[in-house]
Design a protein around this ligand. Sequence first.
Ligand SMILES: [Zn+2]
Length: 239
Amino acid sequence: MKLQLIGTGSITAPQTSASSLIDDHILIDCGTGVIKELMKQKINIFDIDTILITHLHADHFFDLPYIILLRSFNQITNNLKIYGPKNLKKKVNALFEIGYADLDDVEKLFFAGNTSIVEFDNLEKEINGHLITSILVEHGETKPSYGYIIEKDGKKIGFSGDSCYCQAIDHLVDSCDVSVLECSFPYNSKEHMGPEIIEKLALKGKIIVTHMSLYTRKELKKRNIDNVIIGKDSDIFHI
Ligand SMILES: [Zn+2]
């Protein structure tokens, strides 16, 4: 599988919001700045047929209206399915209402660009040869918050989304060839993981770190941990 890091920052960092692309067509999270970043990285955004949203925080889904608008303007005929937690559709409609109050019928946009939103409790689905499984992670009071495992040709890549250190993260690192983990905080909190946790998890498996604040990026560099790659926007890996 090809893994491209679109964004690797948290909201306090100059890097784009955390987002990853698998095999040029599966996007994990579409937060603030992601659409512009995809264009900068010269990715054909209309090749993306699947978007997996981890949870309903701005830095993970606020750019969805742009991709829906662009697909509609260009009358893209291949389907785009956006998978995410309950209430995703309502929240995206609310974004359209705030940002484009003059639009009389948002449904027309979805229709014209062949875009749909699929809300789930538990996702296990094969899409174009990729088996996609959701896992419930712990992200403070934000419930549900999902991570994902994507499997193809016997290889598995895990995505933590936003999560504190919990059983699901252990499972992710234990079962995946590579885990793309968030590291937003200087320490482990109820919402996020810190560099110390990343160091412990790296004893068990290969980790690519994303969703970093400036502090955690600097701290991870200082620690120079075996088995850990500090992600940069536009990095590409073949797994
Ligand atoms: Zn979050």
